[in-house]
Ligand binder design. Sequence first.
Ligand code: VG1
Ligand code: CO
Length: 466
Amino acid sequence: MSTQIKFGTSGWRAIVADEFTIANIRRATTGIAKYIATQPAPHRVLIGRDPRFLGESFVAEAASMLSANGVTPVIISDPAPTPAIAYAVRQRKASGAINFTASHNPPEYNGIKFSTPDGAPALPEVTGKIEAAIAALGDQVPAASTKQEKYEEIDVKPEYLARLGELIDFPAIKKSGIKVVFDPFWGAARGYSCHILREHGIETATVHDYRDVLFGGHAPEPDDHLLGACKEKMKETGAAIGIATDGDADRFGIVDGDGTFIQPNYIIALLFDYLVETRGWRNGVAKSVATTNLVNALADFHKVKLYETPVGFKYIGELINQDKIAIGGEESAGLTIRGHVPEKDGVLAGLLVTEMMAVRGKSLGVQLKELFAKVGSFYPNRENFRLTPEVKTKFTEKVKSDPHELGGRKVSSVVRTDGLKLLLEDGSWVCYRLSGTEPVVRVYTEARSEDDMEKLSKAAKDWVLA
Ligand code: VG1
Ligand code: CO
Protein backbone atom coordinates (compact mmCIF):
# COMPACT_ATOMS: atom_id res chain seq x y z
CA MET A 1 0.00 0.00 0.00
CA SER A 2 1.35 3.36 -0.92
CA THR A 3 1.51 6.27 1.49
CA GLN A 4 -1.48 8.57 1.54
CA ILE A 5 -0.10 12.01 0.76
CA LYS A 6 -2.18 14.70 2.46
CA PHE A 7 -1.67 18.44 2.53
CA GLY A 8 -2.67 19.20 6.13
CA THR A 9 -2.74 22.58 7.88
CA SER A 10 0.35 23.64 5.98
CA GLY A 11 1.50 21.17 3.36
CA TRP A 12 2.49 17.52 3.45
CA ARG A 13 5.06 16.52 6.10
CA ALA A 14 6.78 13.24 6.86
CA ILE A 15 9.97 11.72 8.23
CA VAL A 16 12.78 11.39 5.69
CA ALA A 17 13.63 7.71 5.05
CA ASP A 18 10.26 6.74 6.47
CA GLU A 19 7.53 8.23 4.26
CA PHE A 20 9.37 11.21 2.79
CA THR A 21 11.06 8.95 0.25
CA ILE A 22 12.12 9.66 -3.32
CA ALA A 23 9.26 7.46 -4.52
CA ASN A 24 6.71 9.52 -2.58
CA ILE A 25 8.31 12.81 -3.62
CA ARG A 26 7.95 11.67 -7.23
CA ARG A 27 4.30 10.80 -6.69
CA ALA A 28 3.60 14.11 -4.93
CA THR A 29 5.33 16.31 -7.51
CA THR A 30 3.77 14.39 -10.40
CA GLY A 31 0.36 15.05 -8.80
CA ILE A 32 1.23 18.74 -8.60
CA ALA A 33 2.34 18.76 -12.25
CA LYS A 34 -0.93 17.14 -13.30
CA TYR A 35 -2.85 19.79 -11.39
CA ILE A 36 -0.78 22.59 -12.98
CA ALA A 37 -1.54 21.17 -16.43
CA THR A 38 -5.25 21.91 -15.79
CA GLN A 39 -4.43 25.56 -14.99
CA PRO A 40 -3.89 28.48 -17.40
CA ALA A 41 -0.45 28.72 -19.09
CA PRO A 42 2.41 29.44 -18.64
CA HIS A 43 3.07 26.25 -16.79
CA ARG A 44 6.08 27.46 -14.82
CA VAL A 45 6.58 26.42 -11.20
CA LEU A 46 9.22 27.73 -8.79
CA ILE A 47 10.94 25.13 -6.62
CA GLY A 48 12.52 26.18 -3.35
CA ARG A 49 13.62 24.74 -0.02
CA ASP A 50 14.64 25.46 3.52
CA PRO A 51 18.20 24.40 4.52
CA ARG A 52 17.33 20.87 5.72
CA PHE A 53 19.60 17.98 4.75
CA LEU A 54 18.90 16.51 1.30
CA GLY A 55 16.81 19.54 0.30
CA GLU A 56 18.88 20.12 -2.81
CA SER A 57 18.38 16.55 -4.02
CA PHE A 58 14.64 16.80 -3.45
CA VAL A 59 14.53 20.00 -5.51
CA ALA A 60 16.35 18.24 -8.36
CA GLU A 61 13.96 15.31 -8.16
CA ALA A 62 10.93 17.63 -8.29
CA ALA A 63 12.38 19.54 -11.25
CA SER A 64 12.84 16.36 -13.20
CA MET A 65 9.27 15.20 -12.46
CA LEU A 66 7.75 18.53 -13.46
CA SER A 67 9.73 18.58 -16.65
CA ALA A 68 8.68 15.01 -17.48
CA ASN A 69 5.07 16.20 -17.19
CA GLY A 70 5.38 19.26 -19.38
CA VAL A 71 5.76 21.85 -16.61
CA THR A 72 8.78 24.18 -16.62
CA PRO A 73 10.70 24.15 -13.34
CA VAL A 74 12.45 27.30 -12.11
CA ILE A 75 14.92 26.59 -9.32
CA ILE A 76 15.48 28.92 -6.40
CA SER A 77 19.21 28.51 -5.99
CA ASP A 78 19.60 28.93 -2.19
CA PRO A 79 17.45 28.05 0.80
CA ALA A 80 14.83 30.81 1.03
CA PRO A 81 12.15 31.92 3.49
CA THR A 82 8.65 30.71 2.67
CA PRO A 83 7.42 34.35 2.42
CA ALA A 84 10.25 35.20 0.00
CA ILE A 85 9.22 32.27 -2.19
CA ALA A 86 5.60 33.44 -1.94
CA TYR A 87 6.63 36.92 -3.03
CA ALA A 88 8.67 35.56 -5.95
CA VAL A 89 5.73 33.51 -7.25
CA ARG A 90 3.59 36.62 -7.34
CA GLN A 91 6.26 38.88 -8.81
CA ARG A 92 7.22 36.43 -11.50
CA LYS A 93 3.66 35.43 -12.36
CA ALA A 94 4.51 31.75 -11.95
CA SER A 95 1.85 29.03 -11.81
CA GLY A 96 2.82 28.17 -8.25
CA ALA A 97 5.70 27.15 -6.00
CA ILE A 98 6.81 23.87 -4.51
CA ASN A 99 8.67 24.52 -1.29
CA PHE A 100 10.57 21.67 0.40
CA THR A 101 10.24 22.44 4.08
CA ALA A 102 8.90 20.94 7.27
CA SER A 103 8.88 24.39 8.84
CA HIS A 104 9.35 24.12 12.62
CA ASN A 105 9.35 20.30 12.71
CA PRO A 106 12.56 18.55 13.87
CA PRO A 107 15.42 17.88 11.42
CA GLU A 108 14.37 14.32 10.61
CA TYR A 109 11.26 15.70 8.90
CA ASN A 110 10.82 17.29 5.53
CA GLY A 111 7.74 18.35 3.66
CA ILE A 112 6.15 20.11 0.71
CA LYS A 113 4.28 23.38 0.92
CA PHE A 114 2.50 24.42 -2.24
CA SER A 115 1.56 27.99 -3.03
CA THR A 116 -0.74 29.35 -5.71
CA PRO A 117 0.10 32.17 -8.18
CA ASP A 118 -0.97 34.86 -5.69
CA GLY A 119 1.67 33.64 -3.23
CA ALA A 120 -0.86 32.17 -0.81
CA PRO A 121 -0.70 28.71 0.74
CA ALA A 122 -2.93 26.52 -1.43
CA LEU A 123 -6.53 26.36 -0.22
CA PRO A 124 -8.22 23.00 0.40
CA GLU A 125 -9.98 23.18 -2.99
CA VAL A 126 -6.54 23.14 -4.67
CA THR A 127 -4.81 20.64 -2.38
CA GLY A 128 -7.87 18.40 -2.71
CA LYS A 129 -7.32 18.25 -6.48
CA ILE A 130 -3.60 17.57 -6.01
CA GLU A 131 -4.34 14.80 -3.53
CA ALA A 132 -6.79 13.25 -5.98
CA ALA A 133 -4.20 13.41 -8.78
CA ILE A 134 -1.67 11.69 -6.51
CA ALA A 135 -4.16 9.05 -5.43
CA ALA A 136 -4.95 8.34 -9.09
CA LEU A 137 -1.33 7.27 -9.60
CA GLY A 138 -1.94 4.37 -7.21
CA ASP A 139 1.15 2.46 -6.20
CA GLN A 140 2.85 3.33 -9.43
CA VAL A 141 6.03 5.35 -8.96
CA PRO A 142 6.45 7.68 -11.93
CA ALA A 143 9.77 7.39 -13.71
CA ALA A 144 12.21 10.27 -13.49
CA SER A 145 13.32 12.04 -16.60
CA THR A 146 16.54 10.52 -17.93
CA LYS A 147 17.46 13.65 -19.83
CA GLN A 148 20.24 15.75 -18.35
CA GLU A 149 18.42 19.04 -18.36
CA LYS A 150 19.60 22.45 -17.31
CA TYR A 151 16.93 24.48 -15.59
CA GLU A 152 16.57 28.19 -15.02
CA GLU A 153 17.87 29.27 -11.59
CA ILE A 154 16.86 32.38 -9.71
CA ASP A 155 17.87 34.30 -6.57
CA VAL A 156 14.80 35.56 -4.73
CA LYS A 157 16.62 37.43 -1.97
CA PRO A 158 17.16 40.88 -3.56
CA GLU A 159 13.55 41.42 -4.62
CA TYR A 160 12.20 40.24 -1.27
CA LEU A 161 14.54 42.47 0.76
CA ALA A 162 13.62 45.39 -1.48
CA ARG A 163 9.98 44.73 -0.67
CA LEU A 164 10.72 44.71 3.08
CA GLY A 165 12.42 48.06 2.55
CA GLU A 166 9.06 49.45 1.41
CA LEU A 167 7.10 47.94 4.29
CA ILE A 168 9.35 48.80 7.24
CA ASP A 169 10.51 52.21 8.46
CA PHE A 170 14.23 51.43 8.71
CA PRO A 171 15.27 55.09 9.12
CA ALA A 172 13.14 55.24 12.30
CA ILE A 173 14.92 52.17 13.68
CA LYS A 174 18.30 53.66 12.81
CA LYS A 175 17.38 56.98 14.44
CA SER A 176 16.38 55.30 17.72
CA GLY A 177 19.87 53.82 18.03
CA ILE A 178 18.56 50.45 19.25
CA LYS A 179 20.66 47.38 18.74
CA VAL A 180 19.24 44.09 17.52
CA VAL A 181 20.12 40.41 17.87
CA PHE A 182 18.92 38.13 15.07
CA ASP A 183 18.55 34.36 15.51
CA PRO A 184 17.53 32.57 12.29
CA PHE A 185 17.80 29.17 13.98
CA TRP A 186 20.01 27.82 11.18
CA GLY A 187 16.91 28.20 9.03
CA ALA A 188 15.88 29.76 5.75
CA ALA A 189 16.25 33.35 6.99
CA ARG A 190 20.02 33.01 7.44
CA GLY A 191 21.57 36.18 6.13
CA TYR A 192 18.23 37.93 5.63
CA SER A 193 17.14 40.14 8.59
CA CYS A 194 20.73 40.96 9.59
CA HIS A 195 21.55 41.88 5.99
CA ILE A 196 18.82 44.48 5.63
CA LEU A 197 19.27 45.88 9.15
CA ARG A 198 23.01 46.36 8.63
CA GLU A 199 22.42 47.83 5.21
CA HIS A 200 20.45 50.56 6.97
CA GLY A 201 23.22 51.10 9.49
CA ILE A 202 21.46 49.35 12.39
CA GLU A 203 23.82 47.49 14.70
CA THR A 204 22.90 43.80 14.50
CA ALA A 205 24.52 40.75 16.08
CA THR A 206 23.59 37.20 15.14
CA VAL A 207 23.48 33.70 16.57
CA HIS A 208 22.89 30.44 14.63
CA ASP A 209 23.50 32.30 11.38
CA TYR A 210 25.65 29.60 9.79
CA ARG A 211 25.07 26.39 7.86
CA ASP A 212 23.80 23.40 9.85
CA VAL A 213 21.40 21.20 7.90
CA LEU A 214 20.30 19.53 11.17
CA PHE A 215 19.45 22.78 13.00
CA GLY A 216 21.82 22.00 15.84
CA GLY A 217 19.74 18.86 16.48
CA HIS A 218 16.68 20.89 17.56
CA ALA A 219 13.26 21.54 16.18
CA PRO A 220 13.85 24.94 14.52
CA GLU A 221 11.14 26.62 16.55
CA PRO A 222 11.68 30.10 18.01
CA ASP A 223 10.09 29.23 21.36
CA ASP A 224 11.17 30.65 24.70
CA HIS A 225 13.02 27.50 25.82
CA LEU A 226 15.14 27.46 22.66
CA LEU A 227 16.15 31.12 22.69
CA GLY A 228 18.91 30.90 25.30
CA ALA A 229 21.72 31.78 22.88
CA CYS A 230 19.77 34.75 21.56
CA LYS A 231 19.22 36.06 25.11
CA GLU A 232 22.91 35.60 25.96
CA LYS A 233 23.93 37.53 22.89
CA MET A 234 21.49 40.32 23.77
CA LYS A 235 23.10 40.71 27.19
CA GLU A 236 26.55 40.70 25.68
CA THR A 237 25.73 43.35 23.09
CA GLY A 238 23.20 45.45 25.03
CA ALA A 239 20.53 44.79 22.41
CA ALA A 240 17.01 46.11 23.03
CA ILE A 241 15.35 43.34 21.07
CA GLY A 242 15.95 39.79 19.89
CA ILE A 243 14.21 38.61 16.70
CA ALA A 244 14.15 34.95 15.74
CA THR A 245 12.58 32.93 12.93
CA ASP A 246 11.67 29.25 12.45
CA GLY A 247 13.07 26.72 9.93
CA ASP A 248 11.32 28.26 6.93
CA ALA A 249 11.13 31.79 8.41
CA ASP A 250 7.36 32.15 8.24
CA ARG A 251 7.18 32.32 12.04
CA PHE A 252 8.79 34.67 14.52
CA GLY A 253 10.02 34.64 18.14
CA ILE A 254 10.57 37.93 19.98
CA VAL A 255 12.67 38.67 23.07
CA ASP A 256 12.26 41.97 24.94
CA GLY A 257 15.26 44.01 26.10
CA ASP A 258 15.20 42.48 29.60
CA GLY A 259 15.37 38.93 28.19
CA THR A 260 11.63 38.20 28.50
CA PHE A 261 10.08 36.18 25.70
CA ILE A 262 6.93 37.94 24.49
CA GLN A 263 4.20 35.51 23.46
CA PRO A 264 3.23 35.65 19.78
CA ASN A 265 -0.38 36.26 20.91
CA TYR A 266 0.73 39.53 22.46
CA ILE A 267 2.90 40.50 19.51
CA ILE A 268 -0.08 40.22 17.15
CA ALA A 269 -2.18 42.42 19.47
CA LEU A 270 0.61 44.99 19.90
CA LEU A 271 1.21 45.26 16.17
CA PHE A 272 -2.50 45.56 15.42
CA ASP A 273 -2.74 48.47 17.88
CA TYR A 274 0.42 50.02 16.42
CA LEU A 275 -0.77 49.81 12.80
CA VAL A 276 -4.11 51.39 13.68
CA GLU A 277 -2.46 54.17 15.67
CA THR A 278 0.49 55.02 13.43
CA ARG A 279 -0.65 54.04 9.94
CA GLY A 280 -4.38 54.53 10.44
CA TRP A 281 -5.10 51.07 9.01
CA ARG A 282 -8.66 50.41 10.15
CA ASN A 283 -9.98 48.11 7.42
CA GLY A 284 -10.08 44.99 9.62
CA VAL A 285 -8.13 42.46 11.64
CA ALA A 286 -8.05 38.65 11.48
CA LYS A 287 -6.97 35.96 13.93
CA SER A 288 -7.42 32.23 14.22
CA VAL A 289 -9.98 30.94 16.76
CA ALA A 290 -7.08 29.80 18.92
CA THR A 291 -5.57 33.30 19.15
CA THR A 292 -6.02 35.67 22.11
CA ASN A 293 -9.23 37.62 22.67
CA LEU A 294 -7.03 40.60 23.43
CA VAL A 295 -7.29 41.12 19.67
CA ASN A 296 -11.12 41.07 19.90
CA ALA A 297 -11.04 43.60 22.74
CA LEU A 298 -8.77 45.89 20.71
CA ALA A 299 -10.97 45.53 17.64
CA ASP A 300 -13.92 46.71 19.77
CA PHE A 301 -11.84 49.54 21.19
CA HIS A 302 -10.66 50.77 17.79
CA LYS A 303 -14.02 49.97 16.12
CA VAL A 304 -12.34 47.73 13.57
CA LYS A 305 -14.01 44.66 12.04
CA LEU A 306 -12.72 41.33 13.34
CA TYR A 307 -12.53 38.04 11.40
CA GLU A 308 -12.07 34.77 13.27
CA THR A 309 -10.68 32.01 11.04
CA PRO A 310 -9.90 28.31 11.40
CA VAL A 311 -6.23 27.52 12.16
CA GLY A 312 -4.03 27.56 9.03
CA PHE A 313 -2.72 30.69 7.40
CA LYS A 314 -4.49 30.10 4.10
CA TYR A 315 -7.68 31.53 5.61
CA ILE A 316 -5.92 34.73 6.68
CA GLY A 317 -4.16 34.90 3.31
CA GLU A 318 -7.54 35.09 1.59
CA LEU A 319 -8.51 38.15 3.66
CA ILE A 320 -5.18 39.85 2.91
CA ASN A 321 -5.74 39.26 -0.80
CA GLN A 322 -9.13 40.94 -0.58
CA ASP A 323 -7.61 43.88 1.38
CA LYS A 324 -10.08 43.24 4.18
CA ILE A 325 -7.52 43.42 6.99
CA ALA A 326 -4.61 45.52 8.24
CA ILE A 327 -3.03 42.52 9.94
CA GLY A 328 -3.84 38.85 10.39
CA GLY A 329 -2.17 36.50 12.81
CA GLU A 330 -2.12 33.14 14.55
CA GLU A 331 -1.05 32.35 18.10
CA SER A 332 1.57 29.98 16.66
CA ALA A 333 3.61 33.07 15.62
CA GLY A 334 2.47 33.66 12.07
CA LEU A 335 1.37 37.03 10.77
CA THR A 336 1.31 39.26 7.75
CA ILE A 337 0.17 42.82 7.04
CA ARG A 338 -1.78 44.80 4.48
CA GLY A 339 -0.25 44.98 1.00
CA HIS A 340 2.19 42.13 1.68
CA VAL A 341 2.08 38.51 0.51
CA PRO A 342 -0.85 36.44 1.76
CA GLU A 343 1.60 34.20 3.64
CA LYS A 344 2.92 34.49 7.15
CA ASP A 345 6.25 36.23 7.35
CA GLY A 346 8.55 35.82 10.35
CA VAL A 347 11.22 38.13 8.91
CA LEU A 348 8.71 40.94 8.38
CA ALA A 349 7.19 40.39 11.85
CA GLY A 350 10.53 40.72 13.65
CA LEU A 351 11.43 43.87 11.74
CA LEU A 352 8.02 45.45 12.28
CA VAL A 353 8.22 44.82 16.02
CA THR A 354 11.65 46.46 15.98
CA GLU A 355 10.14 49.46 14.19
CA MET A 356 7.30 49.62 16.76
CA MET A 357 9.79 49.59 19.61
CA ALA A 358 11.87 52.30 17.95
CA VAL A 359 8.92 54.56 17.16
CA ARG A 360 7.24 54.18 20.54
CA GLY A 361 10.53 54.34 22.42
CA LYS A 362 9.28 51.82 24.97
CA SER A 363 10.05 48.20 25.79
CA LEU A 364 7.48 45.61 24.73
CA GLY A 365 6.73 44.83 28.39
CA VAL A 366 5.74 48.45 29.03
CA GLN A 367 3.68 48.60 25.84
CA LEU A 368 1.84 45.42 26.82
CA LYS A 369 1.01 46.84 30.26
CA GLU A 370 -0.44 49.88 28.56
CA LEU A 371 -2.50 47.68 26.27
CA PHE A 372 -3.90 45.74 29.24
CA ALA A 373 -4.77 49.02 30.96
CA LYS A 374 -6.62 50.10 27.83
CA VAL A 375 -8.73 46.99 27.11
CA GLY A 376 -8.20 44.44 29.89
CA SER A 377 -5.77 41.60 30.59
CA PHE A 378 -5.65 38.26 28.82
CA TYR A 379 -3.49 35.22 29.64
CA PRO A 380 -3.38 32.68 26.83
CA ASN A 381 -1.83 29.24 27.05
CA ARG A 382 -1.45 26.17 24.83
CA GLU A 383 -0.76 22.53 25.68
CA ASN A 384 -0.31 19.53 23.41
CA PHE A 385 -1.29 15.96 24.16
CA ARG A 386 0.01 12.99 22.25
CA LEU A 387 -2.62 11.49 20.02
CA THR A 388 -2.83 7.91 21.27
CA PRO A 389 -5.80 5.88 19.93
CA GLU A 390 -7.43 6.33 23.33
CA VAL A 391 -6.99 10.12 23.29
CA LYS A 392 -8.33 10.24 19.73
CA THR A 393 -11.53 8.39 20.67
CA LYS A 394 -12.15 10.67 23.62
CA PHE A 395 -11.40 13.79 21.64
CA THR A 396 -13.70 12.79 18.78
CA GLU A 397 -16.55 12.17 21.18
CA LYS A 398 -15.97 15.37 23.17
CA VAL A 399 -15.81 17.78 20.23
CA LYS A 400 -19.24 16.59 19.13
CA SER A 401 -20.83 17.31 22.51
CA ASP A 402 -22.56 20.49 23.69
CA PRO A 403 -21.39 20.98 27.28
CA HIS A 404 -23.10 23.49 29.57
CA GLU A 405 -20.23 23.83 31.99
CA LEU A 406 -16.50 23.30 32.27
CA GLY A 407 -14.69 23.04 35.61
CA GLY A 408 -17.63 24.72 37.38
CA ARG A 409 -17.88 27.60 34.88
CA LYS A 410 -20.95 28.08 32.74
CA VAL A 411 -20.47 27.83 28.98
CA SER A 412 -21.94 30.95 27.38
CA SER A 413 -21.44 29.87 23.79
CA VAL A 414 -20.05 27.06 21.66
CA VAL A 415 -18.04 27.90 18.53
CA ARG A 416 -17.15 25.32 15.86
CA THR A 417 -14.99 27.33 13.45
CA ASP A 418 -12.22 24.76 13.99
CA GLY A 419 -12.49 21.93 16.51
CA LEU A 420 -14.48 23.05 19.53
CA LYS A 421 -14.25 26.36 21.36
CA LEU A 422 -16.14 27.02 24.58
CA LEU A 423 -16.61 30.61 25.67
CA LEU A 424 -17.05 30.72 29.42
CA GLU A 425 -19.13 33.16 31.40
CA ASP A 426 -16.17 34.85 33.10
CA GLY A 427 -14.58 35.84 29.77
CA SER A 428 -12.16 32.93 29.74
CA TRP A 429 -12.30 30.29 27.00
CA VAL A 430 -10.94 26.91 25.92
CA CYS A 431 -10.44 25.50 22.44
CA TYR A 432 -9.72 21.92 21.35
CA ARG A 433 -8.47 20.79 17.98
CA LEU A 434 -6.41 18.15 16.24
CA SER A 435 -3.10 19.40 14.89
CA GLY A 436 -2.68 19.08 11.15
CA THR A 437 1.12 19.04 11.36
CA GLU A 438 1.88 16.82 14.38
CA PRO A 439 0.19 13.80 15.99
CA VAL A 440 -1.21 15.80 18.94
CA VAL A 441 -4.42 17.26 20.31
CA ARG A 442 -4.03 20.97 21.02
CA VAL A 443 -5.74 22.44 24.05
CA TYR A 444 -5.78 26.24 24.04
CA THR A 445 -7.00 28.19 27.05
CA GLU A 446 -7.23 31.84 27.94
CA ALA A 447 -7.77 33.12 31.49
CA ARG A 448 -8.48 36.68 32.54
CA SER A 449 -6.00 36.65 35.41
CA GLU A 450 -2.57 35.13 35.77
CA ASP A 451 -3.64 33.21 38.88
CA ASP A 452 -6.52 31.54 37.07
CA MET A 453 -4.34 30.20 34.25
CA GLU A 454 -3.31 26.96 35.88
CA LYS A 455 -6.78 26.18 37.20
CA LEU A 456 -8.38 26.76 33.81
CA SER A 457 -5.78 24.72 31.92
CA LYS A 458 -6.23 21.81 34.30
CA ALA A 459 -10.02 21.93 33.98
CA ALA A 460 -9.71 22.11 30.19
CA LYS A 461 -7.39 19.11 30.07
CA ASP A 462 -9.48 17.07 32.52
CA TRP A 463 -12.63 17.68 30.47
CA VAL A 464 -11.23 16.42 27.18
CA LEU A 465 -9.22 13.52 28.55
CA ALA A 466 -11.71 12.27 31.14
C1 VG1 B 1 0.32 24.61 13.25
C2 VG1 B 1 -0.14 25.92 13.85
C3 VG1 B 1 -0.78 26.80 12.77
C4 VG1 B 1 0.23 26.99 11.62
C5 VG1 B 1 0.69 25.64 11.10
C6 VG1 B 1 1.78 25.78 10.06
O1 VG1 B 1 -0.78 23.91 12.74
O2 VG1 B 1 -1.08 25.69 14.88
O3 VG1 B 1 -1.15 28.03 13.35
O4 VG1 B 1 -0.36 27.72 10.56
O5 VG1 B 1 1.24 24.87 12.18
O6 VG1 B 1 2.86 26.48 10.56
P1 VG1 B 1 -1.44 22.68 13.52
O7 VG1 B 1 -2.54 22.17 12.63
O8 VG1 B 1 -0.35 21.71 13.80
O9 VG1 B 1 -1.95 23.26 14.81
V1 VG1 B 1 4.40 26.36 9.81
O10 VG1 B 1 5.38 27.49 10.48
O11 VG1 B 1 4.73 24.79 10.24
O12 VG1 B 1 4.05 26.49 8.25
CO1 CO C 1 7.27 27.68 9.52
